[in-house]
Design a protein around this ligand. Sequence first.
Ligand code: KG4
Ligand code: ZN
Length: 335
Amino acid sequence: MPTILAIESSCDETAVAVVSGGAGVRARVRASLVSSQIDLHREYGGVVPELASRNHLLRLRPLVERAMEEAGCRIGELDAVAATSGPGLASSLLIGSTAAKGIALAAGIPYLGVNHLEGHLLSPFIDRTGVPRHLSLIISGGHTLLVGVESAGKYRRIGGTRDDAAGEAYDKVGKMLGLPYPGGPEIEKAAHRGDPAAFAFPRPMLRDVHHDFSFSGMKTAVLYTLRKLDPPYPVPDLAASFQRALIDILTGKTIRAARDLGYDMVAVSGGVSMNRAVRAAFERACADHGLGFAIADAEFRTDNAAMIGFAGLLRQLAGKSTPLESDIHPHLPLV
Ligand code: KG4
Ligand code: ZN
């Protein structure tokens, strides 16, 4: 059974994993370590690319050593080394992909450049024996994408955001409400104590026939609402109302696309799928419409290397590899 060492360094998490598996066999994540830089970037209210790449460089080597030790794996037992080649921050992608190429070269094994979005898309299926036909919604800090999946590697773009990503909307609204970075988890916490019907925020494009999203208008709506209010702001009510509107859009558009296009299963991945209200709303909506629902284990929903290892493993099993001369692609599309 092939064993893959995988590195993820597209943004502010340095992550390393060791994944083994074979065709039609459940993949085994033998180690999956994430060294988060969130605390480092928090004081700047967002990711500082220069800081991120320097820290990937400092953290990567010890993390690779720890992951290999945890997996009980020696370099000689690896079959390929995978790394995220895009999309992401150029200087961050370079660290992980260069390290992966170096290890692959030294070990005389193939290098696999993996699309970060494919990693997210496949993450709900790491513990399954195959990737069924389904409609995939990727909701992360940088992307909001609806993809029709025929099988692993066969993807069709159904829709996506025309401006901000869902996670970006969470983070920007969080900032406006004076919450720490990243705003997503903070808004979720504040929303528990709030009334989702307190403010009527818009649901852009919810009723449109196309399958695209737009979130920048929601951010503006929150801003205009804040301007009309006197501090202290009712943060829990604002957070709950914003979250309700965002969830209505995500579930409404995804379920309609699944029904329009004849998919009988929906999968949700990416950092925003960590949100319990988002997950519960999808579970309910899918059950109501007789659709299957898949979501990754919590540890594989935010950025991690196991999903990159799993995507790499499927490519390795399909007999593919990436030339060592290949470059990183900060704007690499999935489809
Ligand atoms: O997938 P991810 O770790 O990285 C990217 O590829 O972007 O996603 C990070 C995003 C951030 O915008 C963060 O605020 C959001 O996921 N996020 C959440 C929650 N946890 C993380 N959004 C809403 N609720 C959460 N609990
Ligand atoms: Zn991501």
